[in-house]
Design a protein around this ligand. Structure first.
Ligand SMILES: Cc1cc2nc3c(=O)[nH]c(=O)nc-3n(C[C@H](O)[C@H](O)[C@H](O)COP(=O)(O)O)c2cc1C
Length: 199
């Protein structure tokens, strides 16, 4: 059984809602267990990350970057960085913000850089935007066109009503893709076999 930690901060529940959708995508796979970890918990006990084979970081975008509680959790991993004990594990990131763009890319980039400093392996979001296939924009997977990580847009409604169906679907697909990649990595299949599998 491979374990994935979804480490997130959410002040008003929107990022948490997407974290739960990602977990649903992961949990549909035999051989994967996924756990939600709040940033504040991890900041107090960063070695918890050593119990997981994969890490997915999540944050609301605040002023074009990660929120302070997620950054505090990231900064608490300094000892793990010195010993490089997270090296070789899979990582990915997601962010939620109010605007269609909202500088979410900048948030994902800071997560990516953090994971690269830890020697982790970054998994993107290789889902073709479905609106080009005729799916209505609000129902389309990866409608926001983000390949470096998962983006979702929340309006002011409560978390259960703030997202269009396409963003919920994308979050589940993103979780599933991460889990499948983790399983393939540990199964030791070649890159050629992985590409064949993805077709
Ligand atoms: C301090 C602050 C800064 C924000 N900055 C941005 C921003 O740069 N871009 C954006 O689109 N939304 C921005 N937002 C909106 C949040 O990203 C959005 O409300 C998000 O859904 C909050 O997630 P949460 O419910 O998980 O806390 C900001 C909100 C706050 C409170």
């Amino acid at each position: 059984m491979k374990s994935v930690a979804i480490l997130y901060h959410s002040a008003h529940g929107h990022t948490e809602h997407i974290a739960q959708c990602i977990r649903e995508g992961l949990s549909g796979l035999a051989g994967i267990q996924a756990e939600l970890l709040q940033a504040q918990q991890l900041a107090a006990a960063p070695d918890e990350l050593l119990h997981h084979d994969g890490l997915i970081l999540g944050s609301p975008t605040y002023l074009g970057g990660v929120s302070a509680p997620l950054k505090a959790a990231m900064d608490a991993t300094g000892g793990l960085w010195r010993s490089q004990r997270l090296r070789g594990r899979l990582a990915a990131g997601f962010t939620v913000s109010a605007l269609p763009a909202g500088d979410k890319q900048s948030t994902l980039l800071s997560m990516f850089t953090f994971c690269m400093q830890h020697g982790m392996l970054w998994v993107g979001n290789p889902i073709l935007p479905e609106q080009h296939l005729g799916v209505p924009y609000e129902e389309a997977a990866n409608r926001l066109g983000s390949w470096s990580g998962l983006m979702a847009q929340a309006d002011k409604a409560s978390p259960g009503h703030a997202f269009v169906p396409g963003d919920i679907k994308t979050a589940r697909m993103f979780g599933r893709h991460f889990g499948e990649t983790l399983l393939r990595l540990h199964a030791g299949t070649s890159v050629a076999q992985q590409l064949e599998h993805a077709r």
